[in-house]
Design a protein around this ligand. Structure first.
Ligand SMILES: Nc1ncnc2c1ncn2[C@@H]1O[C@H](COP(=O)(O)OP(=O)(O)OP(=O)(O)O)[C@@H](O)[C@H]1O
Ligand SMILES: [Mg+2]
Length: 462
């Protein structure tokens, strides 16, 4: 099999080593998938290969493509490879998309600039790509008007429009429902069938299984196991890979039931349309203290909009929402689907949390206690939101809302960026808080197994 890319002894360092010397070989037609712990260096490995490491981080080692070492190449030459030879689909689609440019135009731009199509050809190609991804409606929309799963697919279309031989996809299926996930996997596999190279980073073992090829498992900046997907996923040799596979939600114990507390929030006859399309109509819902209600439904069906309605951030077309009176508004909380939305981008995380603690007269020791329970290192606080991993930021966003001692929490895919072990710990923390403090939780997830194990009952949006 033709070798497309070889990585040898690649390291990433800031003040200390983040990625220990790592090697990999990407072959034409054989997918390579990285599974592993949140914060273990997966995204930085991908960024180091691409040459897009954030300021303050540096890479050493060799990244060989067609006999040349990319790390030794002048930046201008490296840039010329972006899209044309190697395309990266970054972990946060919002960061990959320009918020002021319509979805269709963003995809068309790559067709035009990178693949060299004329404006009309690029436009037609972008329409076809989006239609192929089930996104024909998204063509004229701005990124802010797309659901998380839709933005993910638009970013994919934009990254792929350059037709590079090698695709690096960082968690391309997070937040997608099972059907959409299968579609995304099929798209990735199409690259491979056409003789391309595919490096995928994922927390979803089902995705790793579907992709096949080889698997690498990472933990704390190191590769702990690698081999054919079929072997590693069926009979892992390392203790960490075994723990990871054992933490699939379908093998969790079921959360014991709890007597329902008093109603905290009630919705009656809610109706809401977006872009002329009704999302729901006549929706009734009541949620009581300590109760965990699961919300499922396909990508784009209005789950996040429901959260906005329940918190009074979005006005319904019809119907009403009652929240238990006499409780501060800040104790009805929403956990954003995309973690970067929870933090101002420029301040340090410490600054944001200090401001919050001061504003609500909280105790800083609670920050430290939660950091410990969420296994977050205190050193993260001195960085900005973009300088921590996706899964670290997701847990910091959870910490931020838990600090406010919520009585109601709309948790939108709160573990979509976590490895299975960390996901299990984080869900246990969340359900523990629901039960111990009587917080009512509306838990949105595409993972039916997870909802089955954690939710007292479930509602499905069509
Ligand atoms: N700009 C930065 N400066 C310093 N450290 C950073 C920076 N960006 C990331 N890190 C740290 O490097 C480590 C690896 O980050 P990386 O984003 O590669 O993790 P990851 O394996 O992709 O995790 P996740 O699964 O959560 O996305 C993390 O501990 C993170 O906090
Ligand atoms: Mg990552």
């Amino acid at each position: 099999m033709t070798v497309l890319l070889t990585v040898e002894d690649l390291t990433v360092v800031s003040t200390d080593a983040i990625l220990r010397p790592t090697g990999l070989t990407l072959r034409a037609g054989r997918p390579l998938t990285i599974l592993g712990q949140t914060g273990s260096g997966k995204s930085l490995l991908a960024q180091a290969i691409m040459g897009v490491l954030p300021d303050g981080l540096s890479a050493a080692g060799r990244v060989l493509l067609d006999g040349r070492d990319l790390l030794a190449m002048p930046m201008a030459e490296r840039r010329a490879l972006w899209g044309r030879t190697i395309g990266l689909l970054p972990q946060e689609p919002w960061l990959a998309l320009d918020p002021t440019m319509r979805a269709g135009a963003q995809v068309a731009e790559t067709h035009r600039l990178v693949a060299g199509l004329t404006a009309a050809e690029a436009d037609a190609a972008a329409r076809a790509d989006l239609a192929h991804l089930g996104l024909a409606d998204a063509f004229g929309k701005l990124p802010g008007e797309l659901s998380g799963g839709m933005a993910q697919r638009v970013a994919f279309a934009a990254a792929r429009a350059g037709r590079g031989r090698i695709v690096i996809a960082d968690e391309p299926t997070k937040g997608l429902d099972a059907d959409r996930r299968d579609d995304a996997v099929a798209l990735l596999l199409r690259e491979v069938e056409e003789g391309g190279g595919l490096l995928t980073i994922t927390h979803d073992v089902a995705v790793a299984r579907q992709l096949g090829g080889d698997v690498m498992v990472m933990r704390e900046g190191e590769v702990v196991e690698q081999g054919p997907a079929e072997e590693v996923l069926r009979a892992p040799r390392s203790a960490y890979a075994r723990d990871l596979l054992a933490a699939e939600p379908s093998s969790w114990p079921k959360l014991p039931p709890r007597p329902a507390g008093e109603p905290m929030l009630r919705a009656r006859g809610l109706a809401k349309a977006r872009g002329g399309k009704p999302l729901f109509d006549g929706l009734d819902l009541e949620i009581r203290a300590g109760e965990i209600v699961g919300v499922g439904g396909p990508s784009g069906c209005g789950k996040s909009t429901l959260g906005g309605l329940l918190l009074g951030l979005v006005a319904p077309d019809r119907g009403s929402v009652w929240r238990k009176p006499g409780i501060g508004r800040h104790r009805f909380q929403k956990l954003y689907q995309d973690p970067p939305a929870a933090f101002p981008p420029h301040g340090s995380l410490r600054q944001t949390l200090t401001d919050l603690v001061r504003l609500h007269r909280l105790d800083w020791s609670e920050v430290e206690r939660l950091m410990d329970r969420l296994r977050l290192s205190p050193t993260l606080l001195d960085r900005r939101p973009r300088e921590v991993s996706g899964g670290e930021l997701q847990r910091l966003a959870l910490l931020r809302v838990l600090l406010l001692d919520p009585v109601f929490l709309f948790a939108d895919e709160p573990t979509s960026r976590l490895d299975l072990v960390t996901q299990q710990e984080t869900v246990a923390l969340l359900t523990g808080i629901a039960r111990d403090r009587g917080c009512a939780v509306l838990l949105v997830s595409h993972d039916a197994g997870l909802l089955d194990r954690t939710a007292d009952r479930r509602i499905a949006l069509a």
